[in-house]
Ligand binder design. Structure first.
Ligand SMILES: *Cc1c(COP(=O)(O)O)cnc(C)c1O
Length: 403
């Protein structure tokens, strides 16, 4: 056994989160297609299936829908699911209850949050800054939001934001962790800088929630959005969430004021009057099947401190970097993810020639990461179900593939 394989064994034996693996459906038949056990390093794109989900979905469909039918809006708690599940996500992102609603996609929530932020900023502020390296959907939506609100849109690298702020800045849209490089941006400092300029900040937490502490309340974040199908394992297309800081809720003016966010939704009145609190972020009828699958999926977080997740995430990515340095010939890959812990999310991105083909071959051998155009290999490390032996094996197979 190699020295790194022995180190992996010791690290796995000392891992407090090791037992959480059993809460997931892993090692499926397709993982074994080529050789040995599979390694799933794509939980930053689609989280693995928590074992409690299938039976819950079955109950929601057969009993709640099939038998109780319309009664379930009340008796099965369907109507209040967006706020209830928001409160379940809240501790994972450092938010007190009553500030998060679940629903719609991240893209739609970016729209609500960004237009809402510009409206909060008010007259005289007509510029939106957007992360120049953003996941594309945020950029597309920011462009449309700017056009609709009469703002100009300026793409700025997150580190350059403090210097780009001014008394015309209305809102700033930033990604907490860069989807491509895995770089973690400095949420506390950037939030403080935006506030110093009198503007509002919207954070996209897609690649950080469920992987590291976010501290929304502690750092005074104004608005935040995130998806639930990556590190939160909610399932394909599971609904996203919107955080509106409590002190801003009364002034939050949603650009999508659907009947679900009305103060009296069943009053069926012609005039809109927003509900108080977080549920002002709701729009239309919630997607109950996906939402209740997500609610079940979130049970895996019971008793798991986010700090422990972060500690293991860093240990996994550190170990992966050690294994790659040991196994992969020097110069064969370029490291895109920053090495300092303070700048690293929960993925490692490597650049190499022919990355698309390399990833195809890795997947054939059961090591599942993903490829991002033009030349990036992404490996996501989900501390609840990835172990150190997985990491060692992934790096070994990568080296063999590159040889
Ligand atoms: C995954 C991701 C999205 C996804 O948006 P959807 O509306 O769910 O498709 C948006 N923003 C970022 C930063 C992401 O990583």
């Amino acid at each position: 056994m190699s020295e790194l394989a022995m180190r992996a064994e010791k690290l796995d034996a000392a891992d407090d989160l090791r037992g959480k693996r059993d809460a997931f459906v892993l090692d499926t038949a397709s993982d074994h297609a080529a050789d040995a056990a599979g390694v799933y390093l794509d939980g930053n794109s689609l989280g693995a299936l928590p074992a409690v989900v299938p039976a819950r979905v079955e109950d929601v469909v057969r009993r709640q829908w099939g038998e109780l039918r319309i009664r379930s809006w009340e008796e099965s708690g369907w109507w209040t699911a967006p706020e209830r599940i928001g409160d379940r996500i809240a501790p994972l992102v450092g938010a007190a209850p009553g500030q998060i609603v679940v629903g719609d996609s991240t893209s739609v929530n970016v729209f609500k949050a960004l237009v809402g932020a510009v409206r909060l900023a008010g007259q005289g502020r007509d510029e939106i800054l957007v992360d120049a390296t953003t996941f594309p959907t945020d950029g597309y939506i920011a462009e449309s939001a700017a056009r609709m609100t009469g703002c100009t849109l300026r793409p700025v690298a997150p580190a350059e934001v403090p210097g780009a702020l001014g008394d015309r800045t209305a809102a700033v849209l930033l990604n907490h962790v860069d989807y491509r490089t895995g770089r973690l941006h400095d949420l506390p400092a950037l939030t403080a800088a935006v506030h110093g300029a009198g503007a509002y900040v919207v954070w996209d937490l897609c690649h950080s929630a469920g992987a590291l502490p976010v501290g929304l309340d502690e750092h005074g974040v104004d608005l935040a959005v995130g998806c639930t199908y990556k590190y939160l394992n909610g399932g394909p297309g599971s609904p996203a969430y919107l955080y509106v800081r409590r002190e801003l809720q009364d002034r939050f003016d949603s650009p999508l004021p659907g009947w679900n966010s009305h103060a009296e939704p069943f009053g069926m009145r012609s005039g809109y009057e927003p509900a108080p609190g977080a549920l002002r972020g709701r729009v239309g009828t919630p997607d109950i099947l996906s939402m209740l699958a997500l609610e079940a999926a979130l049970e895996v977080w019971d008793g798991v401190p986010v700090e422990a997740v972060r500690a293991k995430s860093l240990a996994l990515t550190d170990f992966f970097l050690d294994c790659v340095a040991e196994y992969v010939p020097e110069g064969r890959v370029e490291y895109l993810t920053p090495v300092p812990h303070a700048e690293r999310g929960s993925q490692i991105a490597l650049r190499c020639d022919g990355a698309g083909d390399v990833m195809k071959r890795l997947i054939e051998r059961g090591v599942v990461g993903d490829f991002r155009t033009p030349d990036v290999l992404r490996f996501g490390f989900t501390p609840l179900y990835v172990g150190f032996a997985d990491v060692e094996r992934a790096a070994r197979v990568l080296a063999e593939t590159l040889a």
